[in-house]
Design a protein around this ligand. Structure first.
Ligand SMILES: Cc1cc2nc3c(=O)[nH]c(=O)nc-3n(C[C@H](O)[C@H](O)[C@H](O)COP(=O)(O)OP(=O)(O)OC[C@H]3O[C@@H](n4cnc5c(N)ncnc54)[C@H](O)[C@@H]3O)c2cc1C
Length: 495
């Protein structure tokens, strides 16, 4: 056992991953988490027999041999408590769009089928469609994320060459905004399908990489959902000797002579450390826990100017019915657009019908979620703290509007509703402390995705920051990889 002690703030996927790799290297590690469970944003909660799953829809690296798979495997992400291995579902399609005249457009996972579907809807865009699907096929072999150190030299070289061969597509997609990319097509439905739910100024890599991973079946859904994934990683971490303390919010990172020396909890307790890693919200780490005493110009610029990923108003429904006839995922056209009190108006909502994961519902029931993005998370936080009746009223109104829309579109929903649970940006802030309730940190614009943010701060040694606030675009694999990368760095620094 190495005698150095590493304290990690936050038991989200980044913090758990860092802890796991450091514990594996023999360090004494303790994760301090403000919530009572692991996972951070990768979470779920129970309501009357239903599991309200909040996070994972697709997990990059779900297939053996795909980029990131080795990482999840080392973290024990797919090893369940009962000794079974998590089943992965690769959906036939990514999502579907319905239109006013009853027509649909399906974004199939398989690129050939997708091509056929897009040509059916928009034959006038044939040339661009073929270019688009050719690019997806090429990107689908991208093994981004694997460090490859566990492989032989030949395999490592193969991986690098394969990545290099795809670089022109990756760079071009990263630099093009989704608005610019969608504008290459003339068909309005196709344009809408390529850009719905994604702001025009985001990088088109956020859509193309997601679709490409569907084609290669490398980003499936892990049955059991988000919390099972997080608990599996936490259990492996503990088996490796790591400790976690829940209900332990950190208020301050202690420093002495330009070196991190430990943390202070809200309770006043001080915990000494040879190295401190913050895997918590970036803004709070810099400005509150470190009191603004240390920063880096690049990080400061990011927090001052980079646009954020949205937060969401999320309606979880337990429906006491078999809904296997409904599409599992849909960008649902709302027959009555929903106006949220935060000023946003929604003509479509992201609907997931978990008819593919029976573990989330009691026998005969189905868990359904509807997600409405909002960039005004602070509004919900403010109202929740200052006008509770208005906050509760707004939640009820959203739930009612969502159920009404589902009823109009599909029928047979309203009378089967057994559970209604609404989470807002305030809920995200309360449980995870992410700034403005953002659910993936900084938004992936062409500017941000090509920038790498520093993990350490000038003038402060024995300290690092990881997770979605140091990697624009965020996501589960990035968080897990950050944990592994920082563990290697700490090992180098501490010996
Ligand atoms: C609705 C939704 C759907 C998503 N879908 C996907 C998906 O399909 N695929 C995908 O890859 N990603 C998805 N994501 C994104 C992904 O969940 C996040 O990017 C990732 O979980 C971030 O992990 P993290 O460890 O960096 O941060 P977090 O999960 O935010 O973890 C930070 C942890 O730090 C703790 N903390 C904060 N402050 C303190 C403090 N002062 N003291 C102690 N602890 C503290 C928090 O409680 C939290 O547990 C989704 C997110 C959401 C919300």
């Amino acid at each position: 056992m190495n005698t150095a002690r590493v304290v990690i703030i936050g038991a989200g996927i980044a913090g758990l991953s860092a802890g796991s790799y450091l514990a594996r290297s023999g360090y004494e590690t303790e994760i301090l988490e403000k919530h009572s469970i692991p996972g951070g944003l990768c979470t779920a909660w129970k309501r009357s027999g239903y599991t309200i799953d909040y996070c994972v829809h697709w997990l990059m690296g779900s297939r053996p041999g795909a980029g990131f798979y080795g990482l999840w495997d080392e973290l024990g992400a797919f090893d369940n408590e009962d000794g079974s291995r998590t089943a992965i579902i690769d959906h036939e399609f990514f999502t579907q769009f319905n239109f006013e005249d009853g027509e649909t457009l399906t974004l199939y996972s398989d690129a050939d089928r997708l091509e056929e579907e897009l040509l059916r809807v928009a034959p006038e865009d044939e040339q661009q469609i073929r270019r688009f699907t050719r690019m997806l096929r090429k990107l689908s072999g991208f093994v981004h994320g694997e460090t490859g150190e566990e492989l032989g030299a030949g395999a490592r070289l193969g991986m690098r060459l394969s990545t290099l061969a795809r670089m022109p597509q990756i760079i071009s997609q990263a630099r093009t905004t989704i608005g610019e990319y969608a504008a290459r097509f003339t068909n309005p439905r196709l344009r809408e399908a390529l850009s719905a739910g994604i702001p025009d100024d985001w990088s088109s890599i956020s859509l193309s990489l997601g679709l490409a991973m569907q084609h290669s079946k490398s980003a499936g859904y892990p049955v059991g959902g988000s919390l099972r994934l997080a608990r599996n990683i936490e259990r492996r971490y503990r088996e490796l000797g790591g400790k976690v303390r829940y209900n332990a919010p950190v208020s301050e990172i202690l420093t002495e002579g330009g070196r991190a020396t430990g943390v202070r909890l809200d309770s006043g307790e001080e915990i000494p450390a040879d190295y401190v890693i913050s895997a918590a919200d970036g803004y709070a780490t810099l400005n509150s826990m470190l009191g603004g005493r240390f920063t880096s110009p690049k990080l400061q610029k990011a927090h001052d100017t980079y646009p954020l990923f949205p937060s969401s108003v999320f309606v979880g429904l337990g429906i006491g019915r078999d809904l296997s006839h409904l599409p599992h995922a849909c960008m649902l056209r709302l027959t009555d657009p929903i106006e949220l009190p935060d000023g946003s108006t929604h003509e479509r909502a992201s609907l997931t019908v978990y008819n593919f994961d029976p573990t989330l519902a009691p026998e005969g029931g189905t868990f359904v979620s509807v997600l409405l993005n909002t960039w005004n998370g602070d509004y919900w936080h403010h109202v929740a703290q200052n006008d509770r009746p208005a906050y509760e009223g707004a939640k009820d109104a959203v739930a009612k509007a969502v159920i009404d829309n589902l009823e109009t579109t599909f029928g047979g929903i309203r009378e089967a509703v057994e559970v209604v649970d609404v989470s807002t940006p305030h809920t995200v802030i309360r449980y995870t402390a992410n700034r403005s309730g953002s659910y993936e940190g900084f938004a992936p614009t062409p500017q941000t995705v090509s920038t790498s943010l520093p993990k350490t701060l000038p003038g402060l040694s024995r300290f690092a920051m990881i997770g979605q606030w140091t990697a624009p675009g965020g996501g589960l694999p990035t968080a897990a990889k950050d944990g592994k990368d920082i563990a290697r760095r700490v090992t180098r620094e501490l010996g």
